[in-house]
Design a protein around this ligand. Structure first.
Ligand SMILES: Cc1ncc(C[n+]2csc(CCOP(=O)(O)OP(=O)(O)O)c2C)c(N)n1
Length: 201
């Protein structure tokens, strides 16, 4: 078994809402792109920020959108939060990120092994057979890591917020549903985000 695969199997199963709160508590002016569904809902529940973009409906597009924002605003750190099912739908984005090499991009993936929001169907990453960190590293993102536990997740998040990336941080998470839902008003969400990152007056 590869060292990366060991890291996957040794990683504790954590909770997305708790990790999202820990991450958001560290933020200042970073932009955050919340992936579809639960990822978004837990970001919403962790406290509204003008620099958050709550993406609705577009499975797999948190990383591509975050990459675009990172290129447009190279001085701002941009964080993509994405589920394993969504990332698996859009794996090519990892090669694009590696090729472009944005130093200000941080990708965080929540791996629960299921498409939770549509009924818990198993993703191909289920039962820890597909190692998303190994895929990210092989795609060319050198700073790709499994968080072994909450303390390591915090340490990795701090490193990623302070040192050049791109970064890819993955956490194994449980199947607890999100406690709330994002307000579903795409135009308002878009406008608030654009104002929040200063691209619209
Ligand atoms: C292209 C596309 N296919 C299917 C869906 C339906 N869909 C919405 S969320 C989702 C599951 C997302 O899984 P994951 O990213 O792992 O997040 P989780 O639900 O586990 O939090 C699916 C299948 C969609 N929105 N778009």
């Amino acid at each position: 078994m590869s060292p990366a695969m060991d890291a996957l199997h040794n990683a504790q199963v954590m909770n997305r809402a708790a990790l999202t709160r820990r991450l958001v508590a560290k933020l200042t002016d970073q932009a955050v792109i919340g992936g579809i569904g639960n990822t978004n809902f837990d970001l919403w529940a962790a406290g509204r920020r003008p620099e958050n973009f709550y993406m609705l409906g577009s499975m797999g597009l948190a990383v591509p959108i975050a990459l675009g924002v990172a290129i447009a605003q190279p001085k701002r750190t941009v964080i993509a939060l994405e589920g394993d099912g969504s990332l698996l739908m859009q794996l090519g984005c990892l090669s694009t990120v590696a090729a472009r090499g944005p130093r200000n991009l941080v990708i965080v993936v929540w791996d629960n092994g299921i498409y939770q929001i549509t009924g818990g169907q198993r993703t191909p990453a289920a039962a820890a057979r597909t190692d998303l960190v190994a895929i990210a590293r092989a795609s060319g993102i050198a700073e790709s890591h499994w968080a072994a536990d909450e303390a390591e997740f915090e340490a990795l998040a701090e490193r990623a917020l302070g040192a050049p990336g791109p970064w890819f941080i993955a956490a194994r998470i449980d199947d607890k549903p999100a406690v709330t839902q994002t307000e579903r008003d795409p135009v308002r969400i878009r406008d608030a985000f654009m104002r929040g990152i200063g691209s619209r007056g």
